[in-house]
Write a protein that binds this ligand. Structure first.
Ligand code: ASP
Ligand code: MG
Length: 405
């Protein structure tokens, strides 16, 4: 008997009918002879609604109370799913994250899982239960409820799969799998049969919303194959694992994009040791995560420093940087909140020249101006105007002829 972990996202359990559909799928996995642990997200937009509600009460809701509030969304869906299985005649029990042994640090709203103590889950499995775990939440040493950050149920699922030694972690969602580009932008985009962890990590980090990057990281670390598939069809989906041929014919595997970048440029910064630290340390303290950083070659001891942040962090970042810019004698501090990123990703790019050139010429043929460029071994990202991202994705998909063999 194999142990599998299944995770169902918010859109898959958005209403009673959908919950019954999911219960049917879980029952099928059970009938096929598996032990099943299920992780659920909150129904539909519940988490957004709860956040909104909190902000109707308080401009600055207490972070501990907010986490308890948000954790209720997943508790609701897990109980309803267990009831639905009972109606179908299957033994099932719902557990909160805390009951399931998800132990975290105490960073409310973005807690990290320190450890999973799976005793209770194992006991329930031994009793023959299907175990339904509320995703996105855990508990601190002091027994306070925490949440793992938006989209955190994926992380719960892979962490449980790793701890329990599951054969596979199946992530069920409202799309067919991982695509060669966002199919809403590129109708010819194809659902990939498989993808390497590393590629998926870049994709998830640079825009593909189908899976949380932390979940991919955990999967790679503990060698848990992750299947991403639709909860509404029986199509095979995409398997994320480590056994994918690394250098498939110089290929770009997929194109990621996002529309959520902002840029800050500090103009006329004195070029001397310690200046970068003076700017970036306070940003880190303010919890602003900085992505691409570019410093121009200095002329007469003066340079410009440009960096990107999430658009949602831009105002906060400017509040931090502006006074520092004045203090260090910079000439100006400017921001732009209408940027996006387009990335080509594939392990087949490693040590193979020509990908960057083709990417840049494709964008230039479309008259798209590249503002910043960043790369990893298996990714090239261009930061461009947000309103040109759509066209860029389409042009690149065509230029790199991405399709499955
Ligand atoms: N319900 C949470 C959210 O919407 C967690 C999740 O869906 O994974 O972010
Ligand atoms: Mg959700």
């Amino acid at each position: 008997m194999a142990l599998i972990v299944q995770k169902y996202g918010g859109s898959s359990v958005a209403d009673a009918e959908k919950i019954k559909n999911v219960a049917g799928r879980i029952a099928r996995a059970r009938d096929e002879g598996n032990e099943v642990v299920v992780v659920v997200s909150a129904m539909g937009d519940t988490t957004d609604e709860l956040i909104e509600l909190a902000y109707q009460i308080s401009e600055n809701p207490d972070s501990r109370e907010l986490d308890v509030l948000l954790s209720t969304g997943e508790v609701v869906s897990s109980t309803l799913l267990a009831m639905s299985l009972h109606v179908m005649g299957y033994p099932a029990i719902s557990l909160s994250g805390a009951q399931a042994g998800i132990r975290t640090d105490s960073a409310y709203s973005r807690a990290r899982i320190l450890q999973v103590e799976p005793k209770r889950v194992v006991r329930e499995l031994e009793k023959g239960n299907i175990v339904i775990v509320a995703g996105f939440q855990g508990m601190t040493e002091d027994m306070d409820v925490t949440t793992l950050g938006r989209g955190g149920s994926d992380t719960t699922a892979v962490a449980l799969a790793a701890t329990l030694g599951a054969e596979v972690c199946q992530i069920y969602t409202d799309v067919e799998g991982v695509y060669s580009a966002d199919p809403r932008l590129v109708p010819e985009a194809e659902c990939l049969a498989e993808i390497h962890y590393e590629e998926m990590l870049e994709l998830a980090t640079y825009g593909a919303k189908v899976l949380h990057p932390r979940a991919v990281e955990l999967g790679e670390l503990f060698h848990i194959p992750i299947l991403v598939a639709s909860s509404f069809t029986d199509n095979p989906g995409t398997l994320i694992h480590g056994g994918v041929a690394m250098e498939v014919r110089n290929k770009v595997r997929s194109i990621a994009h996002n529309l959520n970048r902002g840029k800050i440029t500090v103009v006329g910064v004195p070029d001397r040791p310690g200046i970068a630290a003076t700017i970036f340390e306070p940003l880190a303290k303010a919890g602003v995560s900085v992505d691409t950083i570019v410093q121009n070659a200095s002329m007469q001891g003066i340079t410009d420093l440009t960096f990107t942040v999430f658009k949602s962090d831009l105002a906060r970042a400017m509040e931090v940087v502006k006074p520092i810019a004045t203090q260090i004698g910079a000439r100006e501090c400017a921001s732009d909140d209408k940027l996006g990123e387009v990335s080509i990703i594939g392990t087949g790019m490693q040590n193979t020249p020509g990908f960057a050139a083709r990417m840049f010429s494709t964008l230039s043929e479309k008259n798209i101006n590249i503002q910043l460029i960043t790369t990893s071994e298996i990714r090239i990202t261009c930061i461009i105007n947000a309103d040109e991202v759509k066209e860029a994705v389409r042009a690149l998909h065509r230029a790199f002829e991405i399709e499955e063999e």
